[in-house]
Design a protein. Structure first.
Length: 292
């Protein structure tokens, strides 16, 4: 209703059709009623179907003329590439390489958390080199490479009152040895300058059978990010990267509903051979709607 106010008739019809399709995705009604996991077909106009270099086509859709616009604060705040899992390093690395300027590398200091017995046996098994190689969800990598102008995302709550929360997006403005200066580009404090320090970070992943800490800047490059991190944000250009299928209730709907217009989203769905496809998973458990 908000989007249709003041719009010409042909746009209102298009918006209403898109809204209905989104609701059908969210309620599990695309391709017929389904409950649980279902394979659905995506309309052709929403697909990236290039076979030569589909990832480049996705990048070009979301970040057109990036070298001419990267100094514009609003350029990154209104667009993003989303994926179900943290499988976006290839896209982030490719876009980082496009950026002008010199790279600055930050390496973490990793160590086992102290225990009462001094964890001597674990010290032998989990050397610093082993800890450096661990890539854990919610934790920055051992090697963090940045350039001035690159968008990044906070991985920890630092100062909630001033908008520095887990998931806040920022744009790097200066790179120092012990601190990173950045400008907030999402949330209620857009335009505010801040400084990001190194922090001791302990992973919360239950799959890690031992406790270790990583001292690193709590940020990650975020040209592309997970669908869960995008919740609550309105973005004008979204590229949905589906190398892997969605796996939780409503995850596809959340990704698709970040945009306000049908022409603001494209999906790149890859099959097992890495070729573009037109069908993907939708997960809707209808018992969740009971009593609503």
């Amino acid at each position: 209703m908000r989007l249709t106010v003041g719009r010409p008739t042909f746009e209102v019809k298009e918006i209403n059709n898109f809204a209905k399709w989104l609701l059908d995705v969210g309620e599990g009604n695309v391709g017929g009623s389904n409950d649980g996991e279902a394979i659905i077909e995506i309309p052709h106009e929403l697909l990236i179907d290039s076979t030569s270099d589909p990832i480049s086509s996705l990048i070009d859709f979301v970040y057109p003329s990036i070298l001419e616009n990267y100094n514009d604060r609003n350029y990154f705040s209104t667009r993003a590439i989303l994926a179900p899992k943290n499988e976006v390093h290839e896209i982030n690395d490719r876009l980082l390489a496009l950026f002008p300027g010199e790279e600055k590398e930050y390496l973490s200091s990793d160590s086992l958390c102290p225990t009462k017995d001094g964890n001597a046996d674990q010290q032998k098994i989990y050397s610093p080199d082993v800890l450096n190689g661990l890539k854990v969800s919610g934790l920055p990598n051992h090697r963090l490479v940045l350039k001035v102008g690159v968008p990044v995302m906070l991985l920890r709550n630092i100062d909630q009152r001033n908008g520095l929360c887990n998931g806040t997006r920022l744009k790097v403005t200066k790179l120092y040895s012990r601190v990173i200066e950045a400008e907030i580009i999402s949330g209620g404090n857009i335009g505010s300058q801040t400084f990001i320090p190194r922090m001791n970070l302990v992973p919360s992943d239950k799959k890690i059978s031992f406790a270790f800490q990583r001292r690193q800047f709590p940020i990650t490059v975020c040209f592309a990010m997970t669908i869960n991190k995008s919740q609550g944000q309105s973005i004008s250009k979204v590229g949905l990267y589906l190398r892997q299928l969605v796996f939780t209730h409503g995850q596809l709907y959340v990704a698709l509903s970040r945009v306000t217009r049908r022409d603001g989203i494209k999906l790149l769905i890859l099959d097992n051979e890495g070729r573009p496809a037109n069908k993907t998973m939708n997960v809707v458990y209808k018992e969740i709607f009971n009593g609503l």
